[in-house]
Design a protein around this ligand. Structure first.
Ligand code: PEP
Length: 252
């Protein structure tokens, strides 16, 4: 039995205008009001952060962003800084999501800088890693995870990473309806925890929360959460409706 508090996080991607996000957040706040022993986070689009922050204030639901830029301010058109996210009410930020790696040129090096910016601003980074289908089929899952974790966290000390959350998201399972089996997910999570032990220390390896992401639904969350190294879920599609997301939050 570990002492890690589960985290169920919803990534709303490029969905929902501010009024729509506010409405879903209001429904969610009510549906999860009685939950205990689980942390809950939703990550709407940037423009909805401020209005949603007012809805989730003093509730069971925390606010996260889907990305950030590592500079504090400057001539970086279209970007947003960690302090700006904090001032909009965020406690968490998703970093290195595979969609950002795939479509927006995110690399292990940019991920590394973004994690630093998040930690400096006291935002909790949700650092995403995971292999593609081709990489899995050619037996490279562990080496991909090795590289992403090592480079993403290069230059850090265990003491910097006390709040770090890692999300294992096999790219082939995101938005595809193909969930990793609980055994596949557990194997990857156990491996990631061993990487944290090897690159940092045992204490951090035991305390770091590792979420699984990839077509998590109310129907499959319980079996995933029953695995010893799975500490929560990063949920895309099934987080968009308050009812289904709240059923994931109440996974027991
Ligand atoms: C995600 O976007 O992080 C994700 C896991 O999406 P989905 O749940 O839709 O597969």
């Amino acid at each position: 039995m570990n002492t890690r508090t589960p985290l169920i996080a919803g990534n709303w991607k490029l969905y929902k205008t501010s009024p729509q996000a506010v409405k879903t957040a209001q429904q969610l706040v009510e549906l999860v009001a009685d939950t205990v022993e689980v942390d809950i986070m939703i990550a709407p689009v940037f423009t909805a952060l401020d209005p949603v922050s007012k809805v989730v204030e003093n509730s069971r639901v925390a606010l996260g962003a889907q990305n950030l830029y590592w500079e504090k301010e400057g001539a970086y058109t279209g970007e947003i800084s960690a302090d700006m996210l904090v001032s909009a009410g965020c406690q968490y930020v998703i970093i290195g999501h595979s969609e950002r790696r795939q479509y927006f040129g995110e690399t292990d090096e940019t991920v590394n800088k973004k994690i630093r910016a998040a930690i400096d601003a006291e935002l909790i980074p949700v650092f995403c890693v995971g292999e593609t289908e081709v990489e899995r089929e050619s037996g490279q899952t562990f080496s991909v995870l090795d590289k992403q974790v090592k480079k993403g966290l290069e230059g850090y000390f265990a003491k910097d990473l006390g709040t770090l959350v890692i999300a294992y998201e096999p790219v082939w399972a995101i938005g595809t309806g193909k969930t990793a089996t609980k055994e596949q997910a557990q194997e990857a999570h156990e491996y990631i925890r061993s990487l944290i032990d090897r690159n940092f220390d045992k204490t951090l390896a035991q305390s770091v929360r590792i979420l699984y992401g990839g077509s998590v639904k109310p129907a499959n969350v319980s079996e995933l959460m029953a695995m010893p190294d799975i500490d929560g879920a990063l949920v895309g599609g099934a987080s968009l409706e308050a009812e289904s997301f709240s059923n994931i939050v109440k996974f027991k």
